[in-house]
Design a protein around this ligand. Structure first.
Ligand SMILES: [Zn+2]
Length: 428
């Protein structure tokens, strides 16, 4: 029996991960002022963003001041790069300081510097449970796109060995995992499930014959049911991270998997998608990132994802606020009574009640007032009751921050291909 690492506690950088609210604000404001000065000086796209809006670099003193700048949306990047190739004016360092250029669909080119001070993915890997001496098998693509390289850098920074598995080759991947005594998996959760199946076909018992203890997954949604299936199958801890090819890591889970901590060295704003104004904890809005990487200094980059943040304490001791979960894409959002709601919020309501079989949120207008109705089909054998109605109606504002009524309908009423949020309002 080998001595196992403690993968459940500790910090990658304790002093920066446990800052008080005021220390964190001070830290981020100082880093913001620095990157703004650098970006304005070196990246023409950032300079024109400031100039066109009549904002001077010295006007941006704190995170709150970012509201004065427009958001650069992900979907604009390809066009900006085409106009001013290859980096759209966002390159913040001379080209001879680059070590790698990747390409994401768009096409969008992403520069990486020789000296990389960006340890955000390393924080994520430590929090997931990776420790010095781990052997990590990376099953993301090693062609064109950046994640596999980022994750290799993170493994190396923690003193781990990286196995460049790449995509596919499931049988080889399962063999390597066995032969090389791989302790860490890096890839999508669904591919890990595929490897489990292949391992069994090869005659391995995934729990006994493989050495996996920790997994870092990303790139797709991680349903809790799949997480626990993988954890049981391999006897491992599976944690996830969130980021984009343009800005890198924006959030990661710790052992307590109660939302995803925002790395100490970047700014994530949740904003009103219409006005760009910052929203408070618990309010659903667009995820906007500002990163401190001199090579590609994105300032107010709109990821197109929708989420909300909590600043409640986490059992791990990290004080970094957490993205509670990614609800989905911005284009699925609906505004009701001034609040943004998303199918993911509605799923949160339904998930609290075993009795609910299917549901649909109907948004309508009575006079000039929005009305939201949660139309519910109950599981076979469950009778609609006033008590259940009241319990669901109490849960709706907790998950969606908007009040709504519940209407029970008989099984088979809701269409098969239903839109989770059916907006029936007209605006004549
Ligand atoms: Zn935590």
């Amino acid at each position: 029996m080998t001595v196992k690492h403690d993968r459940t506690s500790g910090f990658y950088n304790q002093s920066l991960e446990t800052m008080s609210v005021s220390q964190r604000a001070e830290y981020l404001d100082a880093a913001l002022r620095k990157i703004v000065a650098h970006a304005y000086e070196n990246a023409p796209a950032i300079r024109s963003k400031f100039d066109q809006n009549g904002v001077r670099p010295q006007d941006i003193k704190s995170v709150r001041d970012l509201e004065r700048l427009p958001i650069t949306h992900k979907h604009e990047l390809a066009a900006l790069q085409e106009k001013d190739p290859p980096f759209g004016g966002f390159l913040g360092l001379p080209r001879n300081r680059l070590k790698r250029i990747c390409m994401s669909p768009g096409p969008i080119y992403e520069p990486e510097p020789i000296e990389n001070n960006n340890d955000r993915w390393t924080q994520a890997f430590f929090a997931a449970g990776f420790r010095k001496g781990d052997v990590g098998q990376i099953t993301f693509s090693y062609h064109l796109v950046p994640p596999a390289f980022w994750f290799e850098d993170a493994l190396h920074a923690l003193g781990c060995i990286a196995i460049p598995g790449g995509v596919g080759n499931t049988e080889l991947q399962a063999r390597m995992m066995h032969d090389l005594k791989v302790t860490g998996y890096v890839g999508t959760p669904s591919f890990l499930a595929t490897i489990a199946q292949k391992a069994r076909e090869l005659g391995y018992d995934p729990r006994k014959d493989l050495d996996l203890e920790v997994g870092f997954v990303s790139g797709e949604m991680l349903p809790e049911s799949l997480r626990s299936e993988l954890e049981d199958t391999f006897g491992m801890v599976v944690r996830q991270g969130y980021g984009t090819a343009d800005v890198g890591c924006l959030a990661y889970e710790c052992y307590h998997k109660d939302g995803m901590h925002i790395p100490y060295n970047c700014i994530v704003e949740i904003v009103d998608p219409d006005t760009g104004k910052q929203l408070g904890p618990g309010e659903t809005g667009a995820v906007v990132a500002t990163v401190f990487d001199k090579v590609y200094p994105m300032i107010r980059f709109g990821t197109g994802d929708l989420s909300y943040i909590t600043d409640e304490p986490c059992a791990c001791g990290r004080t970094n606020p957490r993205i509670v979960k990614i609800l989905g894409r911005l284009d699925q959002v609906t505004k009701v009574k001034g609040m943004f709601i998303h199918p993911g919020n509605a799923d949160d309501v339904a998930a609290r009640f075993e009795e609910i079989e299917r549901y649909q949120v109907v948004v309508d207008r009575r006079g000039h007032v929005d009305e939201m109705t949660f139309v519910v089909e109950l599981k076979p054998g469950v009778e609609p009751s006033d008590a259940l109605r009241q319990r669901i109606e109490a849960a709706i504002p907790q998950a969606m921050r908007v009040r709504g009524k519940v209407r029970f309908v008989s099984p088979g009423t809701l269409p098969e291909d239903l839109k989770k949020i059916d907006d029936r309002r007209t605006w004549e």
